[in-house]
Design a protein around this ligand. Sequence first.
Ligand SMILES: NC(=O)C1=CN([C@@H]2O[C@H](COP(=O)(O)OP(=O)(O)OC[C@H]3O[C@@H](n4cnc5c(N)ncnc54)[C@H](O)[C@@H]3O)[C@@H](O)[C@H]2O)C=CC1
Ligand SMILES: O=C(O)CCC(=O)C(=O)O
Length: 443
Amino acid sequence: MSYVDNVIEQVKAKNVEQPEFIQAVTEVLQSLEPVIEAHPEYEAASLLERIVEPERVIMFRVPWVDDAGKVQVNRGFRVQFNSAIGPYKGGLRLHPSVNLGIIKFLGFEQIFKNSLTTLPMGGGKGGCDFDPKGKSDMEVMRFCQAFMTELARHIGADTDVPAGDIGTGAREIGYMFGQYKKIKNVFEGVLTGKGLSFGGSLARTEATGYGLVYIVEEYLRCHDDSFEGKTVCVSGSGNVAIYATQKAQQLGAKVVTVSDSTGWVYDPAGIDVDLLKQVKEVERARLTEYAARREGVEYHEGRGVWVTPCDIALPCATQNEVLIDDVKALVANGCKILAEGANMPTTLDATEYLQEQGVVFIPGKAANAGGVATSGLEMSQNSERLSWTFEEVDAKLKGIMVSIYHAIDDAAKHYGHEGNYVMGANIAGFEKVANAMMAQGIV
Ligand SMILES: NC(=O)C1=CN([C@@H]2O[C@H](COP(=O)(O)OP(=O)(O)OC[C@H]3O[C@@H](n4cnc5c(N)ncnc54)[C@H](O)[C@@H]3O)[C@@H](O)[C@H]2O)C=CC1
Ligand SMILES: O=C(O)CCC(=O)C(=O)O
């Protein structure tokens, strides 16, 4: 058995109840085979055994009081996965499905994603099984304060800098920042995605979705093509989906679908981004509201976005939302590119099928890195106590996405797998972290 397969088996045995973590580790480690073969010193230093084990896992009780005066108890997590190249960095997910395995998969992916951005950020992720849906503003505030009361002792601007993810947007970050400041009596860039009046960066809200479109745009540009006239399917209707839709349409594409956890819409005229923002960002309502207010829109219950014919698919909702039957439908309908806005939205068998069929597949750790990259830019602005203009941040974001595309393309070519961006992203992300870990000794 190869060194890589041996480590994968160990991970499976030690983490039996964490299928998403096993899935993420399997995908990354399998694609590192050629690098591991070229560097026997990695095996001698048990580098892979170390990289799959978080440096620290924090799991904690989050008690808070709901509007009826009842005490609620949730389970909070912060996984500080790897600090070889910088302070832990990664979002906080608030969703009832959150468990240790999901946070570990996200934290593991974050290590390589953050490395790809070229900025000095280690990998971490956190969250809680709290469901913000249907909660009043005061309930959300009390929950965020309770969550931060414990988290505050583990994070800091030079230690670990959390941010948003599913269920954690500007409102939640604001409440958490307020509580951190109250407890620590220090005003510092301990979170990113902050409001603009207290250290947030312009363009952070748009960054993940815009970055996703910028990396696809660069692929298209290098192949004498563009977004102009393309039909795009997007899933999700949250932060990533909204701004991917906006940028793709600014570049001349038509985005015909978005979805949420209960259904999806087909809008043949192209998604009305202002209406989508009103429904999702302002009213926090269902997509049925979008469909009810616009002519010619079809609303469908359940999942089903991927049966819609498109040139480009951008899954932007959640993990394992693109299954084998979905990619068969996408390929049959002529889809040529799938780029992941969400983290690990495509299952392993669906990814393999797309690659076999010659569909360009850009994995999340490259394609959605624009969010954390812009968080890195927010940290830089906080450190120098300055704010850059929207144009400045957006230009830097675009430059980073272009450089990520070329890094993953070059790495895939270098190891003889041209066009395999899963391999390219994993290898390019891994190399810098591996070098740093080797240089820092057995820690
Ligand atoms: N916000 C960010 O900066 C970044 C987010 N991501 C990833 O992008 C994805 C979306 O995150 P955000 O847009 O920030 O979250 P969000 O909370 O703003 O939106 C999430 C969207 O996904 C949908 N969704 C959630 N669970 C679902 C399910 N089980 N089935 C169908 N739809 C579901 C929600 O209805 C919502 O439309 C996640 O995978 C997240 O980890 C990745 C990089 C950065
Ligand atoms: O901006 C950040 O630090 C978090 C981004 C994130 O959670 C992600 O890339 O999945």
